[in-house]
Ligand binder design. Sequence first.
Ligand code: ADQ
Length: 496
Amino acid sequence: MTGPGRLIVVSNREPYIHEKTKKGIRCKVPAGGLVTALDPIMQKTKGIWIAWGSGNADAETADEHGRIMVPEQCPSYTLRRVWLNPKEINEYYFGFANQVIWPVCHLFQENAQFYRNYWETFKKVNERFTQAVAEEARPDDNIWVQDVHFALMPAALRKELPENNIALFWHIPFPPWETFSCIPWRREILEGLLGADLLGFHTASYVANFLSGIQKEFPEAQVSASAVRFGGRTTRVRAFPIGIDYTAYRSQGDSESIKKRAIKMRRQMGVKHIILGIDRLDYTKGILNRLLAFERFLENNPHYLGRVSFIQVASPTRSAIAKYKDMKRYIEETVGRVNGRFQQPQWTPIIYINRHVATNEVLTLYRLADVAMVTPIIDGMNLVAKEYVTVNDSGVLILSEFAGASEEMGSAIIVNPYDVESMAHAISKAISMTPEQRTRHIEPLRQIVKEHDIFWWLYTFLKEWGVTVQGLEDLGEEVEKGPMPPPFIGLRRDTL
Ligand code: ADQ
């Protein structure tokens, strides 16, 4: 154990974005699992978060070094923004991260574009972020790199800052080697990752895929079940299933205002059963097959016509990329076709919301929905599954066997997201469960989320890393005691 030092987090997405609006500059919190998970932690540790300054008012709200204290109402940690020009955004973010690593790791190689300029800019941006960390870091700081965008940073940081503790958490699946090896620059990516002291993945199977890939690419490496010895140093590799801020979701979801909103919405909708899907509009999330399953369910169960509605919230994401545009079009055509086929004057089968919704609305929908369908084609973890069972007391979770969450939440109704017919059956099964069956179904799931919340994730990761972090010295004790009290405005997302 060393330290306690500060925690420096590096991620692509910043936790607070300043945008110009007609009403002046507004601060918003972006959708996405990573920010949702790490902001409460940073509020406790008061460290530094280094990220791409992506808002059009980011520069004018930060100082000359790109620094700003956040959150606005309760400044508790430093956000250091790194600036990228349009070419870099296009080639590093939309290009390499989202059209090379993302599709390949989600087994959609056919969606990948292996352009050399994407790779060159990816390297350049990784160097730029490495320099930003070097400017901020003290020798006892613990540098925790987040996600695939900075796969090259652990090795680069190791060269630049040999004394610091360095770790990386990979938030998406790590695919079998046969798939990963199609990336022409796979060797450099793996070498970059092996600069870390500790590498975290969501599940044991991603760890196994990674380790077997290392063995194939570097036959000289010594690979055990949880470590790689290569180039004279050791990198530990382990699964840490990410959780949510359970206490914050539970208490806010249980508030009177959310309960009232849910009751009002149900009355307005006038249906007996409500099914929910909430995702970023990504081809990995399985939205299309889920809608087809709902259509098949209506076809097979005409007595439910007029009595069940499906709410699909799909927040726009990466919409400049052709595959995302295509997916959006297919989904919207399907919504139109299914509604056109079944709609009645007083009843809409699929309610489709194509925008980012505020936290209060998300919580209301979780509270309201009798069934949540979390059916990605493949997903690193999927936090929606965990949020839903936390907020809803008597709902049913239909969960894809290919979401990382299914490793822990195996008592959900598990489905194969490619199998539309069986998903339609899962819907019938879920909505015909009695209130007692639902409560029996959801309670153990909630218990798992409660025990393995975000602070448990953090604690286990830091413990394995062997570091102690300023502000988190009592974390072990608090984790043992159970879920923690909610941090200040821990859940405020896009509501300012
Ligand atoms: P994401 O792919 O972004 O994260 P996920 O884990 O589902 O996916 O988290 C999405 C978050 O955004 C949730 O907190 C959800 O409530 C919120 N959200 C989604 N749609 C929204 C909408 N329309 N409006 C408002 N909020 C919305 C990546 C990986 C995941 C992994 C996380 C964390 O792809 O597999 O679980 O990182 O590691």
